[in-house]
Design a protein around this ligand. Sequence first.
Ligand SMILES: NC(=O)c1ccc[n+]([C@@H]2O[C@H](COP(=O)([O-])OP(=O)(O)OC[C@H]3O[C@@H](n4cnc5c(N)ncnc54)[C@H](OP(=O)(O)O)[C@@H]3O)[C@@H](O)[C@H]2O)c1
Length: 344
Amino acid sequence: MHMRTVRVAIAGFGGVGLATASLLLSRRARYREVHGVDIRLVAVCGSRAGLHDDRGLEEHQLGALEDGLSGPSFLEASGADLLIEAGPSDFRTGGPGLGYIRSALAAGRDTIVISKGALVHSGEELRQLAKRSGALMKLSGAAAAALPTIDLVDHSLKGCTVLEVEGILNATTNYLLDAMMTRGIGFDAALREAQLGGFAEADPRNDTEGWDTACKLLILANFGLYANLTMADLAVEGIQAVTSERIEAWRRKGLVPKLVGSLARTDGTFRASVGIRTYPLADPFANIRGKDKAIRIVTDAMGETIAIGSGKEPLATAAAALKDLEHILTVRAASHRAEQRASQ
Ligand SMILES: NC(=O)c1ccc[n+]([C@@H]2O[C@H](COP(=O)([O-])OP(=O)(O)OC[C@H]3O[C@@H](n4cnc5c(N)ncnc54)[C@H](OP(=O)(O)O)[C@@H]3O)[C@@H](O)[C@H]2O)c1
């Protein structure tokens, strides 16, 4: 039987882009066996340099990018059928990802988005572009990655009406609050520890002020629940002002603070906010430790569902993006079979 070839390009080649490329290459046999598809990584690029090989790049080539091979037009010219976007996130401008995602969707190429910026900034425009061109757009990597959020609603809770969502969606803030609660260290000391550990940014405000949680919540609301929210609709509070005295007061009361993004549906519209909520020790949310994340979803017919995620980064995010790839391969295989039947 003739095996279909799917050519993949990756835009944004930092920790997550490289981990995604390596995992993709290591799973090629699986894609052939399970999906009957020959996956080729034909192009990758960072902000100034990249690689292109129509026969497919191999792992040993990924360490040395060539200057000048970058930008949406470079990836378009590579002949890729599918884009994985893993550039920096900037929800105020859409970030560099926006240009790559726009050009791929406009050309009808299926697109897997890992950065949050473009989805928050121009989500509706991108959704319309995909609808017009027939391209599929998947975004697990941008919506808490290894923790299932949109997929939980789309698959496991399909058909139910989501009434409430509550999520510990940011690993850094969970780590900081957990360290302050369990080891009695102050915010600054916990932050220094997280920065030395390499998982808090040098400028941590996107995490500590709640913006990263807000972005993930908005993406879940708009792409998973078809809400139509913008950042202006959210009240956003972070953890940067949490003092040792407040921590001590919560501890005395047997409460555990978490930075939580929450959505509640009333009369068909969603109210969304990000802020600190406290939980009694018996609540599963009180026991989400370190860099773990969690989501609680209440639906009309399936009651309460809780998922807890603890994947190690950047592998877990790469795996979330490649879960999206397999969902796309499944959908495309079904439409391919339907086309073949129609032409017989
Ligand atoms: N790290 C995680 O655990 C995690 C988890 C979930 C989601 N994410 C999201 O995944 C994305 C990537 O994260 P990361 O940790 O891999 O970040 P990173 O290491 O900073 O990598 C970002 C990459 O984007 C590239 N880039 C910047 N401008 C570009 C442009 N105009 N065109 C093409 N590439 C461009 C950079 O290129 P240069 O190297 O040339 O500067 C770099 O290769 C972010 O949006 C992040 O929010 C990360």
